[in-house]
Design a protein around this ligand. Structure first.
Ligand SMILES: O=C(O)CCC(=O)C(=O)O
Ligand SMILES: [Fe+2]
Length: 201
């Protein structure tokens, strides 16, 4: 859902200008890629793709442009604190080739080339929602664009019924509105959102 009025929406440190029409085209391409990926993920989970993709009809799409200036104290500061995106699927592009994105693997932070996709809860824990952060560089600036795709307002967020039937639900099911309220009422503090929804057996 991109609602930007000006013709030129981004003029940055790189001298880049992105026109409104370019951004709209980019947004709709990302949307169709997301739908294809969600369909493939559902197939991989052995559930009817429609069960998952229908939640994303009229999906809520948000975009965040992150600018990380260089910092001489890069070892002491964080570009973006550790978090997991509370969306269905995130597609991330790294505009210039400065490394910065890191994902948590066990106890370590692993630098990774962009284009991570993360799916939260709907897979009932079958796909894990990667915790990640962004670090800054001593000399170089960095720019990334993250596009977040969330289910439509009428959908529920929770384990897909087919998965819950097979393995038992590990998470509660709540409406998207309540899910969004939960997100804004907490901080970017790692996995605690999942803790709110996990069913204790
Ligand atoms: O800049 C990055 O590589 C990460 C951005 C990110 O995780 C986000 O915007 O949620
Ligand atoms: Fe993120």
């Amino acid at each position: 859902m991109v609602r930007l009025k000006p013709k030129w929406i981004l003029t940055g440190a790189f001298g880049i200008q992105i026109s409104r029409s370019t951004l709209e085209e980019y947004s709709s391409k990302l949307l169709s890629i997301s739908m294809s990926l969600l369909g493939l993920m559902a197939e991989n989970l052995d559930v009817n793709p429609e069960e998952l993709t229908s939640k994303f009809d009229d999906c809520i799409q948000g975009m965040r442009m992150n600018y990380y200036p260089p910092c001489v104290h890069a070892d002491k500061v964080m570009g973006l604190a550790p978090h997991s995106d509370a969306t269905g699927l995130t597609l991330l592009i790294q505009i210039n080739e400065v490394e910065g994105l890191q994902i948590r693997k066990d106890r370590n932070w692993v630098p990774i080339e962009p284009i991570p996709g993360a799916i939260i809860i709907m897979s009932n824990g079958e796909y894990s929602n990667i915790e990640h952060r962004a670090v800054v560089n001593v000399e170089k600036e960095r720019l990334s664009i993250a596009a977040f795709h969330s289910p439509n307002m009428e959908a529920n967020v929770g384990p897909l019924p087919d998965l819950a039937a097979k393995k038992g639900a590990k998470y509660k099911t709540i409406g998207v509105e309540d899910f969004l309220k939960l997100i804004v009422s907490r901080k970017l503090d790692g996995k605690s959102l999942l803790d709110h929804l996990r069913i204790m057996h």
